[in-house]
Design a protein. Structure first.
Ligand SMILES: CC(C)[C@H](C(=O)O)[C@@H](O)C(=O)O
Ligand code: SF4
Length: 466
C-alpha cells in the first residue's frame, strides 16, 4: 500500500523506534520566540545541558513587541520576556532576529521568507501555528515548553505518528473568495475537533491554484480544527517561491534537492484515516459569529438560532457564544456594526493580504467610527509594502500603519481591543477575551476586513459602491 506525504516525511526522520514506545524523530529546524522558550532554557540549565544544534535553531521576537514605537518596550513583562530570549540566545550561540533587525517578524512569517522552510523537513516551534509551514510540504507542528527543552537538548522529539486526514477542495474558487474563506468553511464543516490528532493534507484543484501565501493561510488554521499539522505537497509554486531565498540551496545542491522534493507527494493508492471533500464553487466570503473558529457562516447569511442546532453540546456552545458576542439569532451578519478592523497576524499579515486590502481601500475612507490597524507580518513585508506605496493607501484611507508583530491577534502587547468592542479581524482565533478582556472578534479575510472598514459593518467587497 502507498504512503501519504506525512507518513513519508515521518519515516525519514525516525532515529529510534521500539515497540510500544513513541518514535524518536529528528528535527531539521527549531524555531523559537519569547513566549514559549524561557522555561525550556531554564530547565536546560537546571539539568546542566547545552543546546545540541544552535545552528538549526533560530529565534525571533513577535508576541510581545510593540507595534507603534519600536524604541520603547513600555510593558515590563514584555521587556523581561524579550530580554530573556536575547540572553538565552546569546548564551547558546543561537541566531536571533530581534526588534529592528531586518528579518524580524512573526515566526511563521519570517522563517519561510528566509527560505528556511523547505519541503520534506521536520520543523517544530513552541507555538501551535507552526502548522503554517506545512504549506511547503514540510511536517511542521507546535510543541509544548517541555518538548522545546527536549529539542534544544537533543535535536530530537519523542512522539507517536499523527493520524492522517485529507481535505480536498475540488474545482475553482469564485471571484472574491480567498484562502481564508476556504479554511473558515473547512473548520465550520468539520468542527474544532474534526482534525483532532491528525495531520491534514490539503489537496485538490483550488489548493493547487493558491499562491504560497494562500497555502500558508490555509495550513495556519489547521490547528483551529484540532489538527496537529496541515500540509500541501510541494509543486512548481513552492519551488518558484523558494528559488533564490537566502537559505534555499543553490547550484547542484538545488538540483539534488529539487529531485527529492518532487517525490514528496501522497501515493495514489495511499489511504487516509479520514477524508473530506468540499466543492470550491459552494464557497463564498465567510465570517465567524461565535467564540470559536468553527462558529462561522457565509457572510450573506444570518446569525444562527441555537434552537435549530440538533446537537445539545453545539446548541449550548452557540447560546453561550451569542451571549458573549451580544448577538441575537437571525441577525443578518452584514448588519453587525464593527468598531475595529485588524489586518495582520501569521494568518493574513503577508504581502498579498496587504495588497488585497489596499486594492479595496484605494480612493476610499475607513468609516468614521472605525479604527483600522494594519500590521505587516515581518519587517521585510513592511518594507516591500512601503516600496509599493501600500502604506500610503492605508494611511490616506485613515488606517494606522504599524510595525510588525503579533499585535492585536492575541493581546500579549499593548495592542488590545477594549472590553465590549467588536472587531473584524484577519487573525485565527475568536475565543472569549482573545483580543482583549470582554472584546468580541469576527474572523474574516483581508478583502472582507477592508470592505468592513469602509462600510463600518461586516461587508463583502461586492457591497462597496463602485
Ligand atoms: C504564545 C503561543 C504559545 C500561542 C500559540 O501556541 O499559538 C500563540 O501564538 C497563540 O496564537 O495563541
Ligand atoms: S500572530 Fe497570533 S496566532 Fe500567530 S503566532 Fe502571533 S499570537 Fe499566535
Amino acid at each position: 500500500m502507498g504512503q501519504t506525504l506525512a507518513h513519508k516525511i515521518w519515516e525519514r526522520h525516525v532515529v529510534h523506534r521500539a515497540a510500544g514506545r513513541p518514535d524518536l524523530i529528528y528535527v531539521d529546524l527549531h524555531l523559537l520566540h519569547e513566549v514559549s522558550s524561557p522555561q525550556a532554557f531554564a530547565g536546560l540549565r537546571a539539568a546542566g545541558l547545552t543546546v545540541r544544534r544552535p545552528d538549526l535553531t533560530i529565534a525571533t521576537e513577535d508576541h510581545n513587541v510593540p507595534t507603534d514605537d519600536v524604541d520603547v518596550i513600555a510593558d515590563p513583562l514584555s521587556r523581561t520576556q524579550l530580554e530573556t530570549l536575547r540572553a538565552n540566545c546569546a548564551g547558546s550561540g543561537i541566531r536571533i532576529h530581534s526588534l529592528k533587525d531586518p528579518d524580524q517578524g512573526i515566526v511563521h512569517v519570517m522563517a519561510p521568507q528566509l527560505g528556511l522552510v523547505q519541503p520534506g523537513m521536520a520543523i517544530v516551534c513552541g507555538d501551535s501555528h507552526t502548522a503554517t509551514l506545512g504549506a511547503f510540504g514540510a511536517l511542521a507542528f507546535g510543541i509544548g515548553t517541555s518538548e522545546v527543552e527536549h529539542v534544544l537538548a537533543t535535536q530530537t522529539l519523542s512522539s507517536t505518528p499523527f493520524r492522517t486526514m485529507s481535505v480536498t477542495i475540488d474545482g475553482a474558487l469564485g471571484p472574491g473568495v480567498t484562502a481564508k474563506d476556504v479554511i473558515l468553511a473547512v473548520i465550520a464543516e468539520i468542527g474544532t475537533g474534526g482534525g483532532q490528532g491528525h495531520v491534514i493534507e490539503y489537496r485538490g484543484e483550488a489548493i493547487r491554484a493558491l499562491s504560497m501565501e494562500g497555502r500558508m493561510t490555509v495550513c495556519n488554521m489547521s490547528v483551529e480544527a484540532g489538527a496537529r499539522a496541515g500540509m500541501i505537497s510541494p509543486d512548481e509554486t513552492t519551488f518558484a517561491y523558494l528559488k533564490g531565498r537566502p537559505h534555499a540551496p543553490e547550484g547542484a545542491v538545488w538540483d539534488e534537492a529539487l529531485a527529492y522534493w518532487k517525490t514528496l507527494r501522497t501515493d495514489d493508492d495511499a489511504v487516509f484515516d479520514k477524508e473530506v471533500v468540499i466543492d470550491a464553487a459552494s464557497l463564498t466570503p465567510f465570517a465567524t459569529w461565535g467564540t470559536n473558529p468553527a462558529q462561522g457562516a457565509p457572510l450573506h447569511t444570518r446569525v444562527p438560532d441555537p434552537a435549530d442546532l440538533p446537537d445539545p453540546a453545539e446548541r449550548d456552545a452557540a447560546e453561550k457564544a451569542l451571549a458573549y458576542m451580544d448577538l441575537a439569532p437571525g441577525t443578518p451578519l452584514k448588519d453587525i456594526r464593527i468598531d475595529t478592523v485588524f489586518l495582520g497576524s501569521c494568518t493574513n499579515g503577508r504581502i498579498e493580504d496587504l495588497r488585497a486590502a489596499a486594492a479595496l481601500l484605494r480612493g476610499r475612507r475607513v468609516a468614521d467610527h472605525v479604527r483600522m490597524l494594519v500590521v505587516p507580518g515581518s519587517v521585510k513585508i513592511k518594507l516591500q509594502a512601503e516600496q509599493e506605496g501600500l502604506d500610503r493607501v492605508f494611511t490616506a484611507a485613515g488606517a494606522e500603519w504599524r510595525h510588525p508583530g503579533c499585535s492585536m491577534c492575541q493581546g500579549m502587547n499593548p495592542d488590545r481591543l477594549p472590553a465590549g468592542h467588536r472587531s473584524a479581524s484577519t487573525s485565527n482565533r475568536n475565543f472569549e477575551g482573545r483580543q482583549g478582556k470582554g472584546a468580541r472578534t469576527h474572523l474574516v479575510s483581508p478583502p472582507v476586513a477592508a470592505a468592513t472598514a469602509v462600510l463600518g459593518r461586516l461587508s463583502a467587497p461586492s457591497d462597496l459602491p463602485a
